[in-house]
Design a binder for this molecule. Structure first.
Ligand code: HEM
Length: 481
């Protein structure tokens, strides 16, 4: 009996030792392959890797390791051996030059909750084909026709803020989701669209929760209830459209009609995952950008007055108070506001990095990027580096009077997967700034410092403000003061 116990003990010890040694052996084998070496760096604690260090240190995580190991270093994050890139050249190599060898991935929680069948995560061929079609509704020439719709959403939200204390981030999420909904889902029965908006809000709340799948948690609710509900509502909308039998130019219409070379259409699950991921990508990011822009304007009163003056000049040229903005107003008459948004996106680093999976072994400047490893192209580290930006921690919109050095400014990513919604994001932010700065003034409430990653980078607490109407020479929404 005692002998049997010893045998069991030896076997268990061997299994544990092998489990501990395997990753090490694997790394040694990889390092010697083709005479290449892995980038320098630390894999952190066994199993946990360095995820906790990234969570606690954030920008310091990149700067401290960059100092120690250089701009390409290895680590272990989100359960995967990974390589972090903080160099514009290496970022260009991964995102622009070799997209077929680096597959786009979402963070595990996003893929799990919102959907892993999103077109960005598919083969290069499938991605390129779908991207070409889906770009249509988000091109400037299409967006131009919906300025008045976005204005209506912005002004109606602003009216509801008057003399109230509001949480900018929460409000901006409703606004950005409504805007994204118009482009992604477009025509749909009122009830289904309203309910889908609510289900998406719940689902997306799950993305910023702790991923513990037990009853009662946000994550569990999002996974079990909200995702199911959102998919059922989408199915109702698809059936309604099939009965309607008329073409729809929005993204859902494109997803329903598109066929591959063999004439196969997308499956219902593919349609669901694409719609939900687009709604997620399209609204959390834009809402965070809007919130940061308000925060930076609050912190810089002189800049706020200059931005307001820019919008007053546009208003003064209008013949009536109700006249909507034109594409030319937005494109040509808002240079300062455009620079404010650029600087907001640089300094706030809403999307911290682009995430990739290495599809096959890749060599980069004598380093091996092994198949299966993950790559974090940390453009946030580039945006915060004094090599590329003087006083990078200072909000200075004037820096964009001169174009940044190539590949050093990529808040929307770069290459094959560069953000499809960047024109829309800029449009909804500029329209908001126009009406907000012209007609309102506000005070921030409570502690306005600090930020969190949810996983988008947002001001801590969502930046609550007390809003009042501004007495101005021109009122843009016909109500006057
Ligand atoms: C300020 C707001 C936004 C920021 C900072 C932002 C940022 C980004 C970034 C960094 C990427 C590249 C991801 C990668 O390469 O892995 C991306 C991709 C994408 N974004 Fe945005 N985004 C914003 C708004 C939007 C909006 C409003 C939409 C649309 C409704 C949108 C739709 C997309 C889509 C579909 C992709 C994937 C493109 C592809 O894989 O081909 N984004 N975005």
């Amino acid at each position: 009996m005692e002998k049997e116990g010893q045998v069991v003990w030896v076997v268990v010890s061997l299994v544990v030792a092998t489990a501990l040694m395997l990753p090490l052996l694997h790394r040694l084998r990889l390092s010697s392959r083709r005479g290449l070496r892995l980038p320098p760096g630390s894999m952190g604690l066994f199993f946990f890797g360095e995820s906790l260090s990234l969570k606690c240190q954030r920008m310091n995580f990149y700067t401290s390791r960059e100092k120690r190991y250089g701009k390409v270093f290895k680590t272990h994050l989100f359960g995967h051996p990974s390589i972090v890139i903080t160099s514009p050249d290496a970022a260009q190599f991964v995102l622009l030059e070799q997209p077929a060898r680096f597959k786009q991935r979402g963070l595990p929680i996003i893929e799990k909750l919102v959907g892993d069948l999103f077109f960005g995560y598919q083969t290069q061929r499938k991605h390129a084909r779908l991207r070409k079609f889906m770009h249509g509704p988000l091109l400037p020439e299409t967006l131009e026709n919906s300025i008045s719709d976005i204005e209506a959403l912005a002004t109606s939200m602003l009216h509801s803020w008057e003399l109230k204390t509001i949480n900018i981030l929460e409000e901006a999420k409703h606004y950005a989701l409504k805007v994204a909904m118009e482009y992604v889902v477009g025509a749909a029965p009122h009830y289904e669209k309203e309910e889908l908006t609510k289900a998406c809000e719940h689902l997306i709340r799950g993305v910023s929760s702790i991923p513990v799948n037990i009853p009662g948690t946000h994550y569990h609710k999002a996974l079990k209830d909200s995702k199911k509900k959102a998919c059922a509502l989408l199915e109702n909308i698809v059936s309604w459209r099939q009965l309607e039998k008329r073409p729809h130019g929005d993204i859902l219409g494109i997803l329903m009609d598109t066929q591959d070379e063999d004439g196969c259409k997308l499956t219902p699950n593919e349609i669901h995952d694409n719609v939900l991921t687009l709604l997620y990508l399209g609204h959390d990011t834009a809402a965070a950008a809007l919130t940061w822009a308000v925060k930076y304007l609050t912190d810089n009163p002189k800049l706020l007055e200059d931005v307001t003056a820019e919008h007053e000049t546009i208003r003064q040229k209008k013949t009536s108070q109700d006249e909507t903005l034109m594409w030319s107003d937005i494109k040509d008459q808002m240079p300062l506001s455009i620079r404010v948004i650029k600087e907001t996106l640089r300094i706030a680093n809403i999307v911290e990095f682009c995430y990739r999976e290495v599809v096959e072994d890749v060599e980069y400047k004598g380093y091996l990027f092994p198949k299966g490893w993950r790559i974090l192209v940390a453009h946030s580290a580039v945006h915060s580096n004094s090599e590329y930006y003087t006083n990078p921690g200072e909000f200075n919109s004037s820096r964009f009077k001169i174009a940044p050095k190539p590949y050093t400014y990529t808040p929307f990513g770069n290459g094959a997967h560069v953000c499809l919604g960047r024109e829309l994001a800029n449009l909804e932010l500029l329209i908001f700034l126009h009406h907000f700065t012209l007609n309102y003034r506000w005070e921030s409430i409570g502690d306005t410092d600090g930020s969190e990653y949810a996983p988008i980078h947002v001001p801590k607490g969502g930046f609550p403000i007390a809003v009042r109407r501004r007495k101005s020479r021109s009122m843009t929404d016909g109500k006057g003061s």
